[in-house]
Design a protein. Sequence first.
Length: 176
Amino acid sequence: MQLEVGKIYEGKVTGITKFGAFVELDKDTTGMVHISEVANTFVNEIKDHIQEGQTVKVKVLSLGEDNKISLSIKRALPAPPRKQKDNGSQRGGQSRQNNQGRSGAFQKHGTPRNKDFDREPQDFSKNPPPVYDPKAASGNADFEDMLSRFKSASEERFSDLKHVMDNKRRSASRRR
């Protein structure tokens, strides 16, 4: 039998292992279906989905060297129907428009809001944070000057980050 990659064939399951199943397509041709190619859902035990001696439809994924044939059962199946998103309603029957302007403890999907994202953005127009720019620093400055500017800028960023993390830790301990 001359196999073609991408074509669907019918075969008989001849063996099942913990990593896949062997499918005999004809007397001289046997391929393997990896456990990840058995079903469209997570497969913990192959025996829950197929049995030895069962006739299955398989799609040829690849024809490797040493006569190894890679097969797939899930790709031979028709594509599962996609769930359509309903733009008119969310959980609890509330419309999407009603949830967008809400300023409560929960977002539109019922998850707690992150306080850091709800605060007002900082205004850096008068005093912008220092940013290391290698193009601007490469003028007449030598390596030592560029390195010291980079270190000071990174130390400032790190201290800001540390300050934010400390505030998060303190607020978490207050909730208890």
